[in-house]
Design a protein around this ligand. Structure first.
Ligand code: SF4
Length: 178
């Protein structure tokens, strides 16, 4: 039984971050990676942005966040949303059993992402990154965590149990369909 789990690509050590760096997570890469097949996703690169690229953040409101570059105030929201719509359709076919998101990213962060007031430094709201929010809306039953919550052993154990329960469910439903 193959257990496919989505992951923010920079957590696997791939240099896709805006500054050309990565955020390799040893537990995910070396240990959890032995039990699951990672499906890496980098929304910012896959939607057509280069490496390196200008840093970006969220502006607006939690209901209608905008993805905007910090220095030149370029609004990348529609470019990202168009890519998200197609990528979520592809990911549906992958039958992902979970997703591990990168914390603090305006694209991948699943919680507590700063939403700035216009392009100022002032933060008025917190929300979710554009991709993470859309993924969790579309696949509400698929377990999702970010890498720092998985430092907690109880949360880690619970997440892995839910991932494998989802895999068993997919496996069972596929075999029942045949
Ligand atoms: S946090 Fe997400 S968008 Fe940013 S580099 Fe990592 S995978 Fe790409």
């Amino acid at each position: 039984m193959t257990v496919r789990v989505g992951i923010s690509r920079c957590l696997l050590g791939e240099p896709v971050r805006y500054d050309g760096g990565h955020k390799l997570d040893r537990f995910l890469c070396d240990i959890m990676g032995r039990c699951v097949e990672w499906v890496p996703v980098c929304p910012e690169v896959e939607c057509g942005l280069p490496v390196p690229r200008e840093a970006m953040h969220l502006t607006g409101t939690p209901e209608n966040p905008r993805l905007v570059t910090v220095r030149s105030a370029a609004d990348l929201t529609e470019q990202m949303r168009t890519w998200i719509a197609g990528r979520l359709n592809e990911l549906e076919k992958e039958r992902l059993c979970g997703f591990v998101f990168k914390i603090n990213s305006p694209s991948c962060g699943m919680r507590d992402i700063k939403i700035h007031d216009g392009n100022s430094l002032q933060v008025r709201h917190y929300g979710t990154g554009l991709f993470a929010g859309a993924f969790m809306d579309r696949f509400a039953l698929i377990p999702a965590e970010d890498e720092t919550r998985l430092y907690n052993m109880d949360i880690r154990k619970n997440f892995i149990e839910r991932v494998f329960a989802t895999a068993r469910w997919f496996h069972h439903s596929t075999n029942t369909d045949l």
